[in-house]
Write a protein that binds this ligand. Sequence first.
Ligand code: UDP
Ligand code: MG
Length: 320
Amino acid sequence: MSSETLLSIVVPCYNEAAVLPETMKVLINRLKSLIQSGKISDRSFILLVDDGSADRTWQLIAEQAVTSSIIRGVKLSRNFGHQNALIAGIETVSDVADCVITIDADLQDDVRLMDVFVDKYHEGFDIVYGVRKRRDMDTFFKKHTASAFYKLMGKMGVRLIPDHADYRLISQRAVQELMRYQESNLFIRGIIPLLGFRTTVVYYDRQRRFAGESKYPLKKMIAFAADGITSFSVAPIKVVMGCGFMIVIAGIGIAVYALVSWLLGNTISGWTSLILSIWIVGGMQLMAIGVIGEYIGKIFTETKKRPRYSIETHTADQKK
Ligand code: UDP
Ligand code: MG
């Protein structure tokens, strides 16, 4: 009955050769124990998505797929980025899987939680979020920038689950809905809460990366945050408009002051005030144009409707 549930674990991998052997071992053991407990079908499998790695990631996946049928792989034709690699994996299993668990390749997320995810699925939940209880393992900087990010997003009206990364379970029907969101700039963490359905949250402690390096250096983190904000909220444009409005009011005030002084016979001297206002207002205008440009850029990329990823090969193609 419940063992009819086919679970797919989807793992995006970008240059993860250093951790992958251990990750596959850990995930295979977890999946096997889930199968033995009768909670999921013995046809359940792990899908590793190679996001255009430059190291031995794909060789490792392909080799493992030959020895254990529980492992499958799909290789993207180049690096499409974490979010797209995730979507590629989810779409690949969407027809067969009753539920999908997504997890990073670096073993930072507690795999034991998968049992709880599956239990929740059987209780009737469509989306189960893994949420990090503590972030001790992250650097001081990452912890604080992340929490500022969640606060800012919240203020701008974007619903995010704080401290939830991409470790979650999604049922087949939620996956089908997710696939209807066809935007090219996909920020999955922001989309999933929009899907609705019965959802719940499970807490865990996040570990240090087992091996290898974070693929999110500061520059990428900022780009990720900016993308998240401008994909979901027009608040920045409103802020810019508000600033413009205030500057106009101030300008009118200054004009009145100047007029009154002139009528009273005082000419106002002031190179400083002149140059400051030119620079400040000029800078604000450029910033405002930048913000609007960011949105126009989004429109530009979205109208092209380019595919989010391209698959080069599957492990199944290589087995004859
Ligand atoms: N990843 C990916 N494509 C990329 C960058 C990262 O598929 O372009 C994968 C990576 O292999 C890992 C996951 O996304 O499985 C999360 O990356 P990472 O652990 O480096 O991020 P962090 O945990 O440091 O935020
Ligand atoms: Mg990580």
